[in-house]
Design a protein around this ligand. Structure first.
Ligand code: GLN
Length: 486
């Protein structure tokens, strides 16, 4: 790997701004590295070399003109359900065909303004529905730590390319765990901002009361750097919050003095995978050594999280995906009548998991069943939100395992329910709109990464990143590794 690719994004941008490196050289190094790693990893669905190099040229010109942004010349990969003007947005579905984004999402426009080089579009489970990337209709992505294993999902490509050093940073979307789960499987930091913290304008909607865009990075410092660019109110997204954005990089700290860390004991004690439980416990002990007080806490209704999520998310998905009608976007299967064409387009274009969610959601919202399913799920969701309010009255951050296991083998999980259970620890924070992240804290005996899930109240991302940074720095000697593939 090129020496420049070993640096983090923050340092790379600093060097480019200081004219110690050029955006062109950094981008060319990433493009060459993509060529070397992609045959094995398959993280990218689309890379446009000429476009990336012309963005790099613009970044170098901005440096010369004294107008370099905070991410000047840094290659960033974008999940293929987020618009980059003129490039494909496939959602890893056949239904979108050769659809090209007619505008930049707000997050990609902000990255562009900050000088970032949008290097390519990454693979995902179709329409972000899945936990392994295996539901992609277009390509299989492999885990850079062991290519027989999945990268996690749904933002598997975005996690895998950052782990493989074939991007410095990437964007994903998280509806029930789709940033945090692949981050834990691929040994990178995956950050889900609070609901409303980052604009979703230009993100293809899956479940509108849950979806958030967020970054992947190889360090907490880089996560703070990119969050400074992404966060904030956007007039194009009425659900984006009109709240001041703190300087996340300024909030990073190296100790945990005075911090109360909440732990749900049963999550660790009853965890069948003792290696994951052990690594999380060791991280908690380290937090204590850094000055934190460990307190026991509980989330009595969180056990219902998966059931609530699959009603709410499927119901919202069935409504959001109704727009894919064979008229406005991508694929159209012609037939004798308009309605027949609609059925055939959707029947051909959507994969099995997407169809399952649409059917589940349509049923949950149908006359006579609405109250029984959606209404009841919405009420249990409120109970889960209250659990977090109560828990955060006694602690500043909650920590535990991000996933019940490390990355599993491709093809190992074939039934939908066992796939749904991957998100058992990440879904409650999504239902409550909190901010949360996965931090690499260790490896199992086969060398696969283990992630610690850290959750904080909505809009406390500055505190959350500060705590995660302290722990990351303390664990660095044991945890800082690079996959052999890179
Ligand atoms: N795995 C979950 C699902 O399939 C979460 C997906 C996501 O966060 N986009 O719905």
């Amino acid at each position: 790997m090129h020496e420049l690719l070993k640096l983090d994004a923050t340092e790379t941008a600093r060097r480019i701004r200081a004219a110690e490196a050029t955006a062109h050289d950094v981008t060319a190094a990433v493009l060459a590295h993509i060529k070397a790693t992609e045959p094995k990893v398959g993280a990218y669905l689309h890379v446009d070399e000429a476009d990336a190099l012309s963005q790099a040229k613009a970044a170098d010109a901005a440096v010369k003109a004294g107008k370099a942004g905070p991410l000047a010349g840094v290659p960033v990969a974008i999940k293929d359900n987020i618009h980059v003007h003129g490039q494909q947005t496939s959602c890893a579905s056949r239904l979108l065909g050769d659809f090209k984004a007619p505008y930049d999402a707000t997050v990609t426009a902000r990255l562009r303004a900050a000088g970032a080089v949008m290097i390519g579009k990454t693979n995902l489970d179709e329409f972000a529905m899945g936990s392994s990337c295996e539901n992609s209709a277009l390509q299989q992505t492999r885990n850079p730590w062991n290519v027989a294993h999945v990268p996690g999902g749904s933002s598997g490509g975005s996690a895998a390319c950052v782990a493989a050093h074939s991007a410095y940073l990437s964007l994903g979307s998280d509806t029930g765990g789709s940033i945090r789960l692949p981050a834990s499987f691929c040994g990178v930091v995956g950050f889900k901002p609070s609901y409303g913290r980052v604009s979703r304008y230009g993100l293809v909607a899956f479940a509108s009361s849950l979806d958030q865009v967020g970054p992947f990075a190889r360090s907490v410092r880089d996560t703070a750097t990119i969050m400074n660019v992404l966060a904030g109110r956007d007039a194009h997204d009425t659900t984006s919050a009109d709240r001041p954005v703190p300087d996340y990089a300024a909030g990073l700290r190296n100790d945990l003095k005075g911090v109360r860390v909440g732990v749900v004991r049963s999550y660790l004690d009853q965890m069948p995978n003792r290696e994951v439980a052990g690594a999380c416990q060791a991280a908690i002990d380290r937090m204590q050594a850094l000055g934190a007080t460990i307190v026991e806490t509980s989330l009595p209704h969180a056990d219902h999280g998966i059931a609530v999520y699959y009603v709410v998310a499927s119901a919202e998905a069935s409504s959001n995906l109704a727009r894919f009608d064979g008229v406005r976007y991508g694929l159209r299967v012609e037939s004798s009548s308009g309605i027949e064409s609609y059925f055939r387009t959707r029947g051909t274009g959507f994969g099995p998991e997407v169809k399952r969610r649409i059917m589940l959601g349509t049923y949950a919202l149908s006359a006579g069943h609405w109250e029984e399913f959606y209404g009841r799920a919405a009420r249990v969701r409120t109970l889960i939100c209250r659990d977090f309010d109560n828990a955060f009255a006694g602690c500043d951050v909650m920590v535990g395992p991000c996933a019940p296991f490390t990355a599993f083998k491709a093809g190992e999980k074939s039934d939908p329910l066992s796939m749904y259970l991957c998100d058992i620890f990440t879904i409650p924070a999504s239902l409550a709109g909190l901010c949360a992240l996965s931090l690499p804290v260790g490896y199992d005996k086969s060398g696969l990464p283990i992630g610690l899930h850290m959750q904080a109240p909505a809009f406390a991302e500055d505190r959350l990143l500060g705590y995660a940074h302290a722990l990351e720095q303390a664990l660095k000697p044991e945890v800082d590794r690079t996959p052999a593939i890179a």
